[in-house]
Design a protein around this ligand. Structure first.
Ligand code: ITT
Length: 185
């Protein structure tokens, strides 16, 4: 139940099945649609999400959301941040671990920015964050992306099941904020 007239499903515009599965565990009425959109080069996740959403709004007319997420490593000045997808695709987790060699400050955070829209409404933004550390090795096989090298406490996110990750993750926090907003109106 999302409070929408006729209870229409919300399209989650993403190519990433893992993101969809995590979000769907929090908001039932989601369908994944891999429509693709331009991810501009910008300095903030917000700018990327808003630009993408405007493009999507011109193409579909029902309720829709998309999410831009990023890994921000303190000792690297916030890198890879808005470049997280590119860095994951190019050097991957092994490359990130190499970049962190000799660095003792392992602090990092994941941020999630969710943009939501439905006909007649302005774009609504929701944010979530989780703080953790870049480990010294990749561990675990659950989740996706940087999960095996991002640790919260003594476990990587890839060593947690969906429910455990969703108790603490950036995405879960943003999705809960969206859910509360949907239910409150
Ligand atoms: P869409 O843009 O199609 O939604 P994407 O995988 O490109 O899918 P993002 O741009 O938001 O999604 O993600 C940036 C990168 O950060 C990408 O490489 C993801 O795999 C990674 N990432 C995002 N959320 C993550 C999470 O919860 N755990 C691990 N890695 C994550």
């Amino acid at each position: 139940m999302n409070g929408l007239p006729g209870d229409r499903m919300i399209s989650f515009i993403t190519s990433n099945k893992g993101k969809y599965v995590e979000a769907r565990a929090i908001i039932d009425d989601l369908v994944q649609r891999d429509l693709g959109y331009t991810e501009i080069q910008a300095e903030t996740l917000e700018e990327v999400a808003v630009y993408g959403m405007k493009e999507i709004m011109a193409r579909i007319d029902g309720p829709a959301m998309l999410e831009d997420a990023g890994l921000f490593v303190t000792a690297l000045g916030g890198f890879p941040g808005v470049y997280s997808a590119y860095v994951q695709k190019t050097i991957g987790n092994a490359g990130m671990l190499r970049l962190m060699e000799g660095i003792s400050d392992r602090r990092a955070s994941f941020m999630s920015v969710v943009a939501y829209v439905e006909p007649g409404l302005e774009i609504q933004m929701f944010r979530g964050m989780v703080e953790g550390q870049i480990g010294y090795e990749a561990r675990g096989s659950a989740g996706f992306g940087y999960d095996p090298i991002f640790y919260v406490g003594d476990r990587s996110l890839a060593e947690m099941n969906l429910e455990e990750k969703n108790r603490i993750s950036h995405r879960a926090a943003a999705m809960h904020a969206l859910k509360e907003w949907l239910e409150a109106r």
